[in-house]
Design a protein around this ligand. Structure first.
Ligand SMILES: [Ca+2]
Ligand SMILES: [Ca+2]
Length: 298
């Protein structure tokens, strides 16, 4: 059995090539044939259909490319000894005469989304028949793919992305920064991917899923990483006004935005490096003030 997978909405063309000459007479064995089976790779399938001596059918490597909608062609090449007439059938009967090798083809129309089974039958002049079956799978649907919401802005150089994907597909994760992603792990229809080396600023993330027919799905998100630097403004350097703002927040006179909270929540410090807790209080105001006057550096 051959199995083609294509994503085109148009003509599906399978080109076959016979494995070689088959000397002898009667019902021959398609010697040298590489029996076709299995599912082809994305972006063009590898299987061919050939007919050997005495109408024997074989299969092997061929081409399958899609373009158009729901129309397909099966082509093959037939090899047979002198005097043998054969008929190949794939949807319609075709009679091939002559000596030596010949080709056959058959256009298949009306392919539907999903699997389309077909049978090719060859008969020789004494009605010995051989049959080859195969499946043409038309897949025009992009695979299901989701990306769970990512908290942004956020602190830290490492995060883990999660989401769902169509079973059997491993999504790819790309980051538009120097950060690294992967490896992607999949369990059923759930996937996850660790991110490391996230740098302050925007980290644009794109997740893609490619099905065997070449249909692509993608989702994007942006992850803004903020370092606790005591600089509420996010630009320039920490100044005395930042220490005062931290103080106002500490005593409840001001509510920080999420971005301000990530910049201003610097304390406590561990070995001189911010190891923030869950609040901005006097310790944060003092740490920022110490940085401004040069007593701390972080
Ligand atoms: Ca699909
Ligand atoms: Ca704090």
């Amino acid at each position: 059995m051959g199995h083609w997978v294509g994503r085109s909405v148009g003509a599906l063309r399978c080109v076959g090539r016979a494995p070689g000459q088959h000397a002898g007479s009667g019902v021959g064995t398609p010697a040298g044939q590489r029996l076709g089976s299995g599912v082809g790779a994305p972006g063009g399938q590898q299987i061919w259909v050939g007919i050997g001596i005495g109408g024997q059918l074989g299969s092997g490597v061929g081409q399958f490319a899609g373009h158009g909608s729901g129309v397909g062609t099966l082509d093959g090449q037939q090899k047979r000894p002198a005097g043998v007439n054969s008929a190949a059938r794939a949807g319609v009967v075709k009679t091939i005469g002559g000596i030596g090798s010949a080709s056959w083809s058959c256009t298949i129309t009306g392919l539907v989304e999903g699997e389309n089974s077909f049978t090719v039958t060859a008969r020789d002049f004494v009605f010995n028949a051989s049959t080859l079956t195969g499946v043409l799978t038309l897949d025009t649907l992009a695979p299901a793919l989701t990306l769970d919401a990512v908290a942004s802005p956020a602190r830290g150089a490492a995060k883990t992305l999660t989401g769902t994907v169509e079973a059997g597909i491993v999504p790819q994760v790309q980051i538009g920064s120097a950060a690294e992603a992967g490896p992607v792990t999949v369990s059923g229809t759930s996937w996850s991917c660790p991110l490391s080396g996230l740098l302050p600023g925007a980290n644009d993330i794109t997740v893609t899923a490619l099905d065997p027919a070449g249909n692509l799905s993608s989702v994007q998100t942006a992850l803004q990483i903020v370092v606790p630097d005591g600089n509420f403004k996010g630009t320039g350097v920490a100044e005395i006004s930042d220490a005062l703002l931290a103080l106002r927040i500490a005593v409840g006179l001001r509510e920080p935005s999420p971005l301000e909270f990530l910049h201003g929540n610097v304390a406590p410090l561990a070995n001189g490096v911010p190891d923030p807790d869950d609040k901005i209080d006097i310790a944060d105001a003092l740490a920022i003030l110490s940085k401004v006057v040069g007593l701390l550096s972080f």
